[in-house]
Design a binder for this molecule. Sequence first.
Ligand code: COA
Length: 260
Amino acid sequence: MKKLFAENILQGKVAFVTGGGTGITGGVARAFAEHGAKLAITSRKEENLAGMKATVEGFGGECFAVAADVRDFDAVEAAIAKTVEHYGKIDIVVNGAAGNFLCAAEQLSANGFGTVVDIDTKGTFNVCRASFEELKRSKGQILNISATLHYLATPMQIHVSAAKAGVDAITRNLSVEWGRHGIRVNGIAPGPIEDTEGMKRLLMPELKEKMMRKIPVGRFGRIADIENAALFLASDAANYVTGVTLVVDGGSWLLGTSLT
Ligand code: COA
């Protein structure tokens, strides 16, 4: 990918990224490391992290992999403590860990709904809460990966819509409560990103063609589009930006074509 930002834009920063092994958040993690950040990635299973660790170390970056389920506050606290022990600090926290599947509301069990809310919303709170003291020390920042599903209504996604609405509330609340500590809190809401596993599975050629016609900018998003938005928000260029969830969707949600 052609680099649009200075290669050292995140030099000296330590980024703790949940769900950073794969997908959109994996792209953000790799892009942060490519731009100078030292990376700590966490996922439920350590084997999900090996690929990203190898990629980052392959281009000479640093990557510390630590397994933790974001639903488990004690495990999150331990992962943060291990990261601080390893790097000495944390400057940037990215909440990317998420659960997702398609299911009609009348078929979704209470536990299915709760599981996604636990991972996305409670998980985001857990990680923010556990990293507060470190972020206060570093005057750091949080980036929450959200969605546009809940701006209108997205069938088969009631659980994720509710969970991401909660994530956006966390972004706004913490930006207000923690601004005085020098902590910025922002989010990114990706639209239809074509090079994710989920989208590849979902998008039959006919559906893709039909959807494409409804995306105002005339193309699907790429993970690189989210990486660039994340680099901007994480960098000093966004020093006066907080409490914002930046929509990166080519205008899709305005036409009700969100499919994330
Ligand atoms: N359809 C309907 N219900 C589902 C489901 C699906 N595809 N997948 C899970 N559930 C329900 C389960 O039936 C269970 O409810 P029940 O006890 O009433 O039966 C509940 O969700 C918990 O499922 P379980 O598999 O025990 O939870 P888990 O913690 O191991 O994993 C997910 C849950 C959502 C994380 C898992 O399904 C998953 O890995 N999904 C893909 C993750 C993903 O796509 N991440 C990228 C996000 S963009």
